[in-house]
Design a protein around this ligand. Structure first.
Ligand code: NAP
Length: 265
């Protein structure tokens, strides 16, 4: 899109206190006055409380109308603790399925488009996949974890809502907090002589600020009615790595010896 065609946006980002939510807030600020991002945390906008969702969308629509902006929602809220979800799938379902279902329904009734973020965990992650190449948006879903099941069901709920809704699946996010994998490896480099890191999973590490910029560009297109009403996209940084490769890259980037990272299965 050329600069003159870019719409002025009012963007609501549920999950604003999370890694991606904060990156979206920063990416919006980088756009100056063109994009206004409101990014409430779950304390302010809890997607499992339908009344709060209705109220937030009413505020978004009214504020956008008054300011002459196009309203759009980018949903960065999710229950993301993969291990904890195995023990509390009901809670993960409430946040990852019921919440997005309500959000999409209210978006639909207000005619506000929705960009909903999802994950590679909706796929099976089969060992022979590397030979076939990356998953495509139309590949069959075969989640193997509670988290993946809830995220897959959340996609269905959003796509079945009638809202103008885009699903954006991403993977291996880093660069938005103190606890992501890259930050953890940087901390361990300072604390330990060696670290053991699994070498049997391959993915596309994705810098959260890059994804945030792409999501806001997509939000602008969706808000302007540019493209189909509903679609599923994959959005990651280019290249692939194992967690072991990524840890070595972190050590190298810090000027440390990458051989202090040991592969494990
Ligand atoms: N991190 C990754 O590697 C990765 C990879 C692929 C896809 N994704 C997807 O990317 C999106 C963003 O993930 P992230 O890494 O930014 O996760 P995150 O850092 O864990 O942030 C999740 C956000 O969701 C909020 N949240 C939790 N329950 C909520 C509720 N009931 N209502 C409203 N907000 C709620 C959290 O707020 P509180 O902290 O206040 O609870 C937090 O702000 C998610 O859809 C995730 O599935 C992430």
């Amino acid at each position: 899109m050329s600069g003159t065609q870019q719409p002025r946006l009012a963007v609501l980002v549920p999950g604003g206190s999370g890694q991606l939510g904060r990156a979206l807030l920063d990416a919006g600020a980088d756009e100056g006055d063109r994009i206004r991002v409101r990014a409430p945390g779950s304390d302010e906008l809890d997607l499992t409380r339908p009344g709060a969702v209705v109220e937030a969308l009413a505020d978004l629509a009214a504020g956008a109308r008054e300011a002459g902006r196009l309203p759009v929602v980018v949903n960065a809220a999710a229950y993301t603790d993969v291990d904890a979800a195995e023990d509390d799938e009901d809670r993960a379902f409430a946040v990852n399925v019921d919440g997005p279902r309500v959000l999409a329904a209210v978006c639909s009734s207000r005619r506000v488009p929705l960009v909903h973020v999802s994950t590679d965990y909706v796929f099976g992650g089969d060992a022979d996949r590397a030979a076939v190449g990356p998953y495509g948006p139309d590949d069959p879903l075969r989640p193997r974890t509670a988290y993946g099941r809830t995220k897959a069901a959340g996609e269905d709920a959003v796509l079945g809502s009638g809202a103008a809704a885009w699903i954006v699946r991403t993977a291996w996010l880093y660069g938005g907090g103190d606890t992501d994998f890259v930050a953890t490896m940087a901390r361990l480099e300072a604390e330990r002589d060696t670290v053991s890191v699994v070498d049997d999973q391959t993915g596309s590490p994705t810098y959260a600020p890059d994804l945030a910029r792409g999501l806001l560009e997509l939000a602008g297109r969706v808000a302007a009615g540019d493209g189909p009403a509903r679609s599923v996209l994959h959005c990651v940084n280019t290249g692939t790595a194992t967690w072991y490769d990524l840890a070595r890259a972190v050590f190298t980037g810090l000027g440390a010896d990458p051989d202090r990272v040991r592969p494990c299965g």
